[in-house]
Design a protein around this ligand. Sequence first.
Ligand code: PRP
Length: 203
Amino acid sequence: MPTKPANPAKRSTKMSAGQRAEESLRVLISHSRIRARVRQMAQEIRRDFPDEPMHLVGVLKGSILFLADLARELGGEVSFDFISVSSYGKGMDSTGEVKMIKDLDVSIEGRSVLVVEDILDTGLTLKYLLRLFEERKPKHLRVAVLLDKVERRIADVRADYTGFVIPNEFVVGYGLDYDERYRNLPDVCVVRLGPGGKTKVEA
Ligand code: PRP
């Protein structure tokens, strides 16, 4: 039988797996809130595409937990593919440049494509992806993002389905990383430096 999750406020005082001594985490969105919202998002998507086979395109690597949960909630006919692009240098600053690292395995022509992203930040990655995918003539092209940092937007893009609008704080967990750590946290957390230290924010 699963154990009851700890109180998030208490949990944030403990060291999490992969956590360095100088870093602390504050839960921003608990796993139970994420689970409930992902279920609602799946219902919204299925209301729009009730009988359509949905081809989910996950943007590696941050989207994988969201994609896995969303796919299970969607039901019906669902297929997956993954693309990898890079828009960030090491650490926390965006270079603004988007590079293809791994393309899709199969054609999206004629398919109902749902791009699945963990976070929409400047929007430069999504703009690049939408331009690329539109040229490939999908039947439908929609976007689902779990987190939207609206105030960071540079590119004129928006998601069709959004989980949570969040402030401009550096978040990790539920797929999101800080130098490849914390992706396995069930909650979305804000990283803080030191006991009374500054919250890490984007440049
Ligand atoms: C993150 C996220 C998006 C992108 C959003 O990926 O998954 O793909 O940044 O940022 P933007 O809106 O400013 O373009 P990241 O490059 O951190 O890779 P990861 O998913 O492998 O962690």
